[in-house]
Design a protein around this ligand. Structure first.
Ligand SMILES: [Zn+2]
Ligand SMILES: [Zn+2]
Length: 276
């Protein structure tokens, strides 16, 4: 299979762009004023209707490429909740070795936007032009070098017979947030790996970045330490919920997913939705 490390929804810089009149200018003005949060929120509204909108993804990539130091002094810095948003997954590239992700500058090349000039915050990674296998700068530096080799000359470890090279195209990234639905969330169950009961500051910070939509509906929230992580965590969760008096009908209307939190710990979340 060709380019198997590139997710199907990844941004393709070569695809044709059909701009929405006035939209690009509006976002650029917000960006110039340092209003990154409002700009990304406007972009997300477009991606809600049209997840692959090439112009919106390009404009998002511009903003996500702004260095952190410049962000922090802006009128509206980006929050993690926005940076982690699933709708922005297509513009990121992910290192296959360490899972570090960045917005590669190839997004800005070959576009019809007049080749906007940007500060590129990320050191350059490399990618296999055949299969899309991608390594970040840090991981490239750690590969032992043979005689006369430089860190920029490595054959693809997948056996494609070509060297890793730049530019890196977006690969898409794994979900950093849980999916959302338009209905109201009634209950949230947070199962965290390890024997320690997750405390309120953890839960608050976790949901703010990983599932910010739940705060709109003020659900009941339960946090559960899971000493021995089960093979089938959904099965484990169902047993737990039934024991807590949640009905089978309520479970039919759920959304679940597992992610790794900022500390590298597994967290499984179950969201129950109101039936209407
Ligand atoms: Zn890496
Ligand atoms: Zn390859």
């Amino acid at each position: 299979m060709r380019r198997r490390f590139i997710m199907p929804d990844a941004f393709d810089p070569d695809r044709e762009v059909i701009p929405t009149p006035g939209f690009g200018r509006k976002i650029e003005e917000l960006q110039r004023a340092g209003r990154y949060r409002t700009a990304i929120e406007d972009i997300l509204r477009i991606l809600d209707r049209d997840p692959a909108n090439q112009e919106a993804l390009f404009l998002a990539a511009n903003i996500l490429s702004i260095p952190r130091t410049q962000q922090l002094t802006a009128a509206e810095p980006l929050t993690d909740a926005l940076t982690f948003d699933r709708r922005l997954n297509p513009v990121w590239a992910v290192c296959q070795q360490c899972e570090r992700s960045w917005v590669p500058n190839s997004v800005h090349l070959g576009s019809i936007f007049g080749g906007a000039q940007l500060h590129i915050m990320n050191p350059i990674g490399q990618q296999c032009p055949t299969c899309g296998y991608t390594l970040c700068h840090e991981c490239l530096k750690q590969i032992p070098l043979g005689l006369g080799m430089s860190i920029y000359s490595h054959p693809c470890p997948q056996g494609c017979g070509v060297d890793l090279t730049a530019p890196v195209h977006p690969t898409g990234r794994r979900n950093l947030q849980f999916s959302r639905r338009p209905q109201r969330v009634t209950h949230v169950f947070i199962f965290r790996e390890g024997p320690i009961q997750p405390d309120t500051p953890y839960i608050q910070a976790f949901l703010e970045t990983r599932s910010p939509d739940v705060f709109e509906s003020r659900p009941k929230i339960f946090a559960v330490p899971v000493g021995q992580w089960p093979d089938d965590v959904d099965f484990y969760a169902i047993a737990f919920l039934l024991e807590k008096g949640v009905t089978k009908e309520m479970i039919e209307n759920w959304e679940t997913g597992t992610i790794i939190d900022d500390n590298g710990t597994k967290v499984h979340v179950v969201k129950l939705y109101a039936s209407r």
